[in-house]
Design a protein. Structure first.
Length: 322
């Protein structure tokens, strides 16, 4: 063999060959990554149950459930849309909701839409976080979907970054007519008071121009909170107060900015069960400066005088008869 005729690749040839091999490997890896699904953690909002078999006149419940996939969510908003020609939105239930402060809960039954937004202070992490429950009634035969739209969730971090959300909607088929034996879930038996809560007085230069306000919130695990009422009184017993209970929302601007009043907060659920919590005055008045106490003292004195006059007349009458 003539060794002189054997071709040995120079360095430039080697580099070109290596470059071609490297490029082929890059192309193969890119193709693999492109067609291979990579799981990404993202929060999920689901409407459950997914499928509903119904009859005309039947009521059914659809729950909006949040699965955070280990993310901490502290705010959420969105809308639930439904075919208004087939369904009536009978009730909105927030008794078991993870939302502590509602910003919006508005329904347009004729337009087929329910809008919601709320805050979870401290954030929520979990797989079965109920946001809201909607009770529908089937109007006529047909089929359709109940869908989540315009949904957004914010992470519980300094940036309040938006979470990547996936949604799962619910479908239904209405066929036939409900009989008298069909269960009606539109009413909830609730004889329990709303849960105990701790209202707090606060002030912030960005809220109510720095004036004192009251922050409060509670939940009712069955029928849900209907509304709150507040009474500010110089007396420690609201039964004796001359004031009137007023409907209120948190945060509530206090009328008594000197913080000399007892504040009574009444939480009322949808079955009219009540729980009343009290915030004591920070700057209590001495009794002789408290006009309410003076008025009651005068009334009590007049009552005693009146009773003494009646007793006196009674004894005089007895004496005259003898």
């Amino acid at each position: 063999m003539d060794l002189a005729k054997i071709h040995y690749p120079v360095d430039g040839d080697r580099k070109n060959k290596m470059k071609k091999i490297f490029n082929k490997i890059i192309i193969l890896l890119a193709s693999f990554l492109l067609f291979t699904a990579i799981p990404v953690s993202a929060s999920q909002i689901n409407l459950t149950p997914e499928n509903n078999q119904l009859k005309v006149g039947e009521t059914f419940e659809v729950k909006l459930i949040l699965n955070t996939e280990d993310e901490s969510i502290n705010a959420i908003e969105g809308a639930v849309v439904f075919p208004a020609d087939l369904l009536i939105l009978n009730d909105i239930r927030d008794g078991n909701s993870i939302i502590n402060f509602w910003i919006e809960k508005t329904a347009d039954s004729s337009g087929g839409q329910f809008n919601f937004s709320g805050i979870v202070p401290g954030g929520y992490i979990g797989e079965e976080g109920q946001i809201i429950s909607l009770v529908f009634k089937a109007k006529k035969e047909g089929n359709g979907n109940i869908e989540i739209t315009k949904c957004k969730a914010l992470l519980n971090n300094e940036e309040s970054a938006e979470s990547s959300l996936t949604v799962k909607n619910s479908s239904f088929i209405i066929s036939g007519y409900a009989g008298a034996e069909t269960a009606d879930i539109s009413e909830i038996k609730d004889e329990e008071k709303p849960e105990s809560f701790m209202p707090e007085i606060a002030s912030d230069e960005n809220i109510f121009d720095g004036k004192y306000f009251l922050v409060f919130s509670t939940v009712d695990k069955k029928s849900g909170i209907d509304h709150y009422e507040i009474l500010e009184s110089k007396l420690s017993n609201y039964h004796l107060s001359f004031g009137k209970w007023e409907k209120a929302e948190s945060p509530y601007l206090l009328k008594d900015q000197k913080l000399q009043s007892h504040i009574f907060i009444k939480a009322i659920d949808r079955n009219e069960n009540e729980r009343i919590e009290t915030v004591s005055p920070r700057n209590s008045l001495v009794w002789y400066k408290n006009t309410s106490i003076i008025i009651y003292a005068v009334l009590l004195l007049l009552l005693v005088i009146f009773l003494l006059c009646i007793i006196k007349k009674f004894f005089v009458k007895i004496k005259n008869n003898y």
